[in-house]
Design a protein around this ligand. Structure first.
Ligand code: HEC
Length: 154
């Protein structure tokens, strides 16, 4: 009987391993320290670092509460989009962690927009931390939808 239970437990651990998780729900994605699933709010030091990066570098455009510009869906007079929300009320959750990190590293695609590039100005650790922080603001439903999409994309 004990042997059977041990086999089942080992089997479950193996399954969890296939999904790239280490058992407590955390996973490294693309080398970025972005916790997933149940662990997304479980690392206070990472979230504190992310919040600090956000307040210092991002809040002036994306807003103190990350709700973006009120009219973020409309191009401005120069044809550029205003800063969108990052708090889960915009469409940031449509992007995988890799895509979000890419947007932060390289800024607006082809330089056609007002999102600055942070490559060389923020470390990969800081980029991962700021993503983890703004994801911690997402409502559970939004996060779950994003998480499911990431899982399917694997
Ligand atoms: C100078 C203003 C400005 C600053 C500072 C800024 N952003 Fe942005 N950000 C924008 C704008 C404008 C866009 C929309 C870009 C576009 O449409 O090309 C954007 C887009 C984004 C997106 C894509 C969101 C989506 O829904 O597709 C992310 C993620 C993002 N910013 C994160 C950050 C982070 C993290 C920081 C701080 C490290 C930051 N931004 C600093 C202006 C800014």
């Amino acid at each position: 009987m004990r042997g059977t239970i041990a086999m089942v437990v080992l089997g479950l651990l193996a399954l969890a391993g296939c999904q790239g998780e280490n058992g407590d729900g955390t996973a490294l994605r693309g080398g970025l320290p972005v916790p997933e699933g149940v662990a997304r709010k479980a690392d206070p030091a990472l979230l504190a670092q992310g919040e600090q990066v956000y307040r210092q570098h991002c809040a002036n455009c994306h807003g103190a509460d990350a709700s973006g510009a009120p009219d973020w869906r409309k191009r401005d007079a120069d044809g550029f989009f205003p800063p969108p929300p990052l708090n889960g009320s915009g469409h940031a959750w449509h992007h995988s962690t890799e895509v979000l990190a890419g947007l932060i590293r390289d800024g607006s695609p082809d330089g056609k927009g007002r999102m600055p590039a942070w490559r060389g100005r923020l470390s990969e650790q800081e980029i991962g931390a700021v993503i983890a922080w703004f994801q911690s603001l997402w409502p559970q439903q939004v996060y779950d939808a994003w998480y499911e999409m990431q899982q399917r994309g694997r």
